[in-house]
Design a protein around this ligand. Structure first.
Ligand SMILES: Nc1ncnc2c1ncn2[C@@H]1O[C@@H]2COP(=O)(O)O[C@H]2[C@H]1O
Length: 268
């Protein structure tokens, strides 16, 4: 584990749900996912510049191919900083971990800039919903016990709360009560961050800020009872984290990216 303290806020970039494919032509509902990721990376560099850390919160690939994982790692070389990768429902957790190691992105926790980052694997092989295994819950509890003094961000792929979309209720984190029982024992947790829902979301649960972020490809319609997409631009989340525990965060989109989304789609 790396320990570094800086006087400046730590700049953290979240990239989520890029759904990359082995083929350069790979598209999701009409949107080429390599092109949309490139547009988001350009937007980060133009708008915010270099981050100090990247959090990649799952569905890095659509086809769980080694080519797509390596493509993702290569694209992150636009940034001169470490990244941490976790799996989503479209990923192959073991393959992701082995290729993440090639890019030094496999760590499950990191202390940097006075913050503690904990990365959880909520993927369940062959399922769309998420679940945290007993070893994963034990890891969460142990890692939080190691740094009770540090403001902490916990990341996973699946949503651990109701987000107000019926169709997504069935594909969130199944054992969310067990997750919150652990979190509630560790008051240093400031932020729980996820992907999966392809939309900007902010909620509060006691003293914990709950955040989700648009995908770097297609976006799901907010509050829809059944599967629906909306033609919002691909995006990312940016954080500036102070060692005091204060922070700011915003979602930005690559609004100049042109795409032809299949808006009538009823799923994929
Ligand atoms: N019409 C649908 N109803 C329910 N789930 C769907 C539908 N279409 C796709 N999905 C699944 O829901 C998931 C939501 O985001 P993912 O990108 O993980 O992948 C999606 C599919 O696995």
């Amino acid at each position: 584990m790396t320990i570094a303290h800086t006087a400046h806020p730590l700049k953290v970039l979240q990239l989520t749900d890029p759904h990359l494919m082995a083929s350069a032509d790979g598209a999701l509902l009409g949107v080429n996912t390599r092109d949309s990721l490139a547009a988001v990376i350009d937007e980060v560099l133009r708008n915010h510049g270099q981050p100090d850390l990247i959090l990649a919160t799952g569905d890095l690939t659509q086809d769980a191919s080694s080519e797509a994982y390596r493509y993702f790692g290569e694209q992150l070389k636009a940034f001169n900083c470490p990244s941490l990768w976790i799996a989503g429902n479209h990923d192959d957790s073991d393959l992701l971990a082995s290729i993440a190691a090639e890019f030094q992105a496999e760590q499950k926790q990191l202390v940097q800039g006075g913050w503690h980052f904990v990365m959880l694997d909520s993927s369940v092989h062959g399922k769309v919903f998420g679940e945290l295994s007993q070893p994963e819950l034990a890891f969460l509890d142990e890692s939080l016990s190691q740094h009770p003094e540090l403001p902490t961000m916990v990341c996973l792929h699946h949503h651990p709360v109701d987000i107000g979309s019926d169709w997504m209720e069935k594909i969130g984190l199944k054992n969310r009560d067990a997750f919150w029982q652990v979190i509630d024992r560790h008051p240093q947790v400031k932020i729980v961050l996820w992907g999966h829902i392809h939309q900007d979301l902010q909620q509060q649960r006691n003293s914990v800020q709950l955040l989700a972020t648009p995908s770097t490809c297609i976006q799901f319609a907010t509050g829809s009872s059944k599967f629906a997409v909306e033609p919002l631009a691909p995006g990312y989340r940016w954080f500036e984290l102070e060692a005091s525990g204060q922070y700011s965060t915003e979602v930005c989109r690559a609004n100049g990216f042109e795409f032809d989304l299949d808006e009538k789609s009823t799923g994929y």
